[in-house]
Design a protein around this ligand. Sequence first.
Ligand SMILES: CC(C)(COP(=O)(O)OP(=O)(O)OC[C@H]1O[C@@H](n2cnc3c(N)ncnc32)[C@H](O)[C@@H]1OP(=O)(O)O)[C@@H](O)C(=O)NCCC(=O)NCCS
Length: 166
Amino acid sequence: MRAPTGVIPRRALRSGDPAAIAQLVAATGFFTSEEAAIARELAEAVVAHGPASGYEFLLADGPGGLAGYACFGRIPGTEASFDLYWIVVAPHLQGQGVGRWLMALTEAAIGELGGTRLYVDTSSRPQYAPTRRFYAACGYVVAAELPDFYRPGDGKVIFLKALEQR
Ligand SMILES: CC(C)(COP(=O)(O)OP(=O)(O)OC[C@H]1O[C@@H](n2cnc3c(N)ncnc32)[C@H](O)[C@@H]1OP(=O)(O)O)[C@@H](O)C(=O)NCCC(=O)NCCS
């Protein structure tokens, strides 16, 4: 899959990334400040402990800074299943194929780590309808729905993609 113009992927986190990630997450207007803090903490854990943290990142550098990123990790206790924890694209770059490209690179990176199944949790709330459409467009299917999981009226939707074996 061709990279979107001017966007370059990288796997290794740098010391300035946790702050840039928190800023990017906040800029989407999509997440609470608590969620932005968690995104930052996950990145800090990887800067401090590397893969031993249990988290992996794939970042996309754009001309004006961080264009997007994905955060994922192996699910403990499974043979080859992974969770996608975050996928975020800078607001001014959304809708231009960066997310689909990041997802394809993430799936390839997980394949290289031996992963065969990628799970993504999201909310059933109307605010997340575009996110659910994005996952469906990337080939994910709804594997389970847990009504009222987060709070009354806010269920968890679990998407799944069986990754092609390499
Ligand atoms: C969800 C997100 C990562 C998608 O990235 P993106 O770069 O905007 O998506 P793309 O341009 O690559 O779109 C890929 C496909 O998803 C679909 N899609 C993406 N955003 C969509 C939206 N808001 N509504 C409907 N479809 C959407 C596109 O139509 C496209 O499908 P197509 O190629 O068949 O037309 C990005 O919009 C984002 O960061 N949103 C806020 C954060 C978020 O919801 N993250 C996921 C939860 S952690």
